[in-house]
Design a protein around this ligand. Structure first.
Ligand code: FEO
Length: 170
């Protein structure tokens, strides 16, 4: 069933936010690469790609429902992070913002009695829980190193070797 114009706009806002998330991660990957932590940079870069896949899921949903996906203006992300800890804290803040947006979208569709979007939004609710938890754990572990070089390098190697997540196939 086709979404109302109001819900179509809400989904399009989410599409734009997912592209914004991708740019945030991509810039943070650059910042971390500049700090000589290529493993963590690769992890962030992979996240950037994953955000585009998220946007595509929403785009496909609108197309499936005979609505019109439109990618809005994506604001530039200006990183002020000076340390790797601040980079991952910025990533966490953005994930929290995305989670709140998904919850808002869920509430709007519920209010409208739109059952067709529920499986997609349930998937995103779980995805956000997982993403926030993962980034939060990385922030905590970076904090534990207290800027210690060998500790950071160990974590860098670990994140470089992390198997890619398979949520896109879920
Ligand atoms: Fe698509 Fe990381 O939220």
């Amino acid at each position: 069933m086709k979404l109302s114009a109001k819900l179509e706009k809400a989904f399009n806002d989410q599409i734009t936010l997912e592209f914004e998330a991708s740019l945030v991660y991509r810039q943070l990957a650059i910042e971390v690469e500049l700090l000589d932590l290529p493993g963590m940079a690769a992890w962030l870069r992979h996240q950037a790609d994953e955000e585009i896949a998220h946007a595509n899921k929403f785009i496909d949903h609108l197309l499936d429902r005979d609505n019109r996906p439109v990618i809005g203006d994506v604001p530039a992300f200006k990183s002020t992070a000076k340390t790797v800890l601040e980079c991952f804290q910025a990533a966490l803040e953005h994930e929290q913002r995305v989670s709140e947006a998904i919850r808002g979208l869920y509430r709007q569709t519920e209010q409208a009695g739109d059952l067709d979007s529920r499986p997609l939004l349930n998937w995103f609710l779980s995805e956000q829980l997982e993403e926030e938890s993962t980034v939060n754990e990385i922030v905590g572990r970076i904090d534990l190193t207290n800027g210690d070089g060998p500790g950071l390098l160990r974590l860098d190697a670990e994140l470089a070797g992390r198997p890619l997540r398979t949520t896109e196939n879920a």
